[in-house]
Design a protein around this ligand. Structure first.
Ligand SMILES: Cc1cc2nc3c(=O)[nH]c(=O)nc-3n(C[C@H](O)[C@H](O)[C@H](O)COP(=O)(O)OP(=O)(O)OC[C@H]3O[C@@H](n4cnc5c(N)ncnc54)[C@H](O)[C@@H]3O)c2cc1C
Length: 393
C-alpha cells in the first residue's frame, strides 16, 4: 500500500474514530472538519458494551471514560401510571454477561475524548474550517476538494460527513434522509435542577401513548439529559432549533406526576425531526468509503448511532491493514457492516411503534415486559452488545 495519507471528511464521532483506527495501523491521516471547532451538538449517548469495546480497540477509552457516568439501573416505566415495568441492574453481573461495561455520556464528552486521543497521535493532522465539496477517485489516489478552492490528495477518502453528507452523492447517488414521523426534543440541565422525585442515577425510559421519554445523568454527574420523542412532523432540519417554552409538557398531557415535573424542569429545549437513511445502493466506490451516519443514519431508539460509527471505524481500519488493494479493503468493510447496521436501522424504526403504543396494545406490552423480566430483555440485545473488534459481521 502506498504511503499517501488517508483523507477524512468530517470530524464528528465517526471521522475522529476512523482517524484513530487508521493511525493505529501506522497510516498518516488528514482530517477535515467544516466547523471552526469540534463543536457540541446533540444529546446524551448510551455507551453500550460494544461501544466500549470499539473505543478500547481505537485506543480512546482512557480519554473518554472519565466523563462517563456509571448508572445503577435501567428502569422501564409506564408513563401514565408510573409503574416500573422492568428493572435492569447494570453492575457486575451485567458486565460479566457482556464482557464490558455500560456507560452514559454526552456527545460533547465523547467527541472531546476522541479529539484528545487524536491530538496525542502524531500521525493525525486535524483541520477545522474546511468544508469538503467534492471527491474524485483518480485511480492511484483520491482527491478532496474544499469550499475555499483548495484540494488535498491521498490514498483514499473516508466520507464521515454525517446524515446530510455532501460526499455521499459521489458514491451512492442522491439519497435524502427520510423523516419518520417523530419529533425529538432534547433538554439538558444541571443535575441539581432535577426534581427530587426522579431517580437521577438511573437510565429511565417512560412509555406513553404516542411518545416516550429517556433520561440519565451525563458529563460526570454535572448535567442531566432528557430526550423526548413524540409522534409528529416538523419542517426544521438542524439539530439546534429552540423549542418554545411549554411545548414539551403540552405534547405529553396527562402523564404521571413525576414525569410531568421533570418535563417542566429544563430551562430550554431544542428539537429536530427524527430522520434516518434508507438502504444505499453502495457505501464505497473505488478509493472512497462512506462511514457512520453518512452510510447508515438511524433513529436513536436503540441508542446505537454513534456506537455503529465507532464499530465502522474499527472494521475499516482493520480491513485497510490487510493488504495493498484499497478498493477491495473498502468493499470488505462494507460487506461486513451492511447487514448489522441495516438491522439496527430497521429495529430502531419498529421500537417507536412499540414504545408509543396506547390502549390494549400498550396494556399487552406492559404485561409482556412485567412477565418476561430483565434477562429476556437483555437476551434480545445480545446480538448488539456482544460485538467484538474481530467480528466480521
Ligand atoms: C437524541 C439522540 C440520541 C442519540 N443517542 C445515541 C445513543 O445513545 N447512542 C448512540 O450510539 N448514538 C446515539 N445517537 C446518534 C449519534 O449521535 C450519531 O449517530 C453519531 O453521532 C454519528 O456520527 P457521524 O460522525 O457519522 O456523524 P456526525 O456526528 O453528524 O458528524 C459529521 C461531522 O461532519 C461534519 N461535516 C458535515 N459535512 C461536512 C463537509 N462537507 N466537510 C467537512 N465536514 C463536514 C459535521 O460538521 C460533523 O462534525 C443519538 C442521536 C440522537 C439524535
Amino acid at each position: 500500500m502506498n504511503d499517501q495519507p488517508f483523507l477524512i471528511a468530517g470530524g464528528g464521532i465517526g471521522g475522529l474514530a476512523a482517524a484513530l483506527g487508521l493511525a493505529r495501523q501506522s497510516r498518516p491521516v488528514r482530517l477535515f472538519e467544516q466547523a471552526t471547532g469540534f463543536e457540541e451538538i446533540g444529546a446524551g449517548l448510551q455507551m453500550s458494551p460494544n461501544g466500549v469495546r470499539a473505543l478500547k480497540a481505537l485506543g480512546a477509552w482512557e480519554a473518554v471514560e472519565p466523563s462517563c457516568v456509571i448508572p445503577s439501573e435501567i428502569h422501564v416505566r409506564d408513563g401514565l401510571s408510573g409503574a416500573i415495568l422492568q428493572r435492569i441492574r447494570l453492575g457486575k453481573t451485567f458486565e460479566e454477561r457482556f464482557g464490558a461495561p455500560y456507560r452514559v455520556c454526552h456527545r460533547a464528552d465523547l467527541l472531546a475524548g476522541l479529539v484528545t486521543a487524536a491530538k496525542r497521535n502524531f500521525a493525525i493532522e486535524l483541520n477545522t474550517g474546511k468544508r469538503a465539496t467534492g471527491v474524485e477517485d483518480m485511480g492511484e489516489a483520491a482527491r478532496l476538494g474544499f469550499a475555499d478552492g483548495s484540494t488535498a490528495r491521498g490514498a483514499g477518502v473516508v466520507a464521515a460527513d454525517g446524515i446530510r453528507s455532501t460526499l455521499r452523492a459521489a458514491v451512492a447517488g442522491e439519497v435524502a434522509p427520510t423523516k419518520r414521523g417523530v419529533i425529538l426534543y432534547r433538554g439538558l440541565m444541571p443535575l441539581q435542577r432535577v426534581p427530587p422525585e426522579i431517580e437521577a442515577d438511573c437510565v429511565t425510559l417512560w412509555l406513553c401513548p404516542g411518545a416516550h421519554v429517556v433520561h440519565y445523568p451525563v458529563s460526570n454527574w454535572r448535567n442531566f439529559n432528557v430526550v423526548v420523542a413524540v409522534d409528529g412532523t416538523l419542517p426544521d432540519e438542524g439539530w439546534k432549533t429552540p423549542a418554545h417554552s411549554g411545548e414539551v409538557p403540552k405534547r405529553l398531557p396527562g402523564v404521571y406526576r413525576e414525569l410531568s415535573l421533570l418535563l417542566a424542569a429544563p430551562a430550554s429545549w431544542t428539537r429536530w425531526p427524527g430522520t434516518d437513511l434508507g438502504a444505499l445502493p453502495q457505501w464505497t466506490r473505488g478509493r472512497v468509503a462512506l462511514l457512520g451516519d453518512a452510510a447508515h443514519a438511524t433513529l436513536p431508539f436503540l441508542a446505537q448511532g454513534a456506537v455503529m460509527a465507532l464499530e465502522d471505524a474499527v472494521v475499516l481500519a482493520r480491513e485497510t491493514a490487510r493488504g495493498p488493494d484499497l478498493p477491495e479493503a473498502f468493499r470488505a468493510y462494507e460487506r461486513q457492516r451492511r447487514e448489522r447496521t441495516a438491522k439496527i436501522q430497521e429495529q430502531s424504526r419498529s421500537m417507536s411503534r412499540i414504545y408509543h403504543a396506547s390502549g390494549v396494545v400498550a396494556a399487552g406490552r406492559n404485561l409482556t415486559l412485567r412477565l418476561s423480566g430483565p434477562s429476556f430483555a437483555l437476551g434480545r440485545l445480545e446480538w448488539i452488545y456482544r460485538w467484538t473488534p474481530d467480528a466480521t459481521g
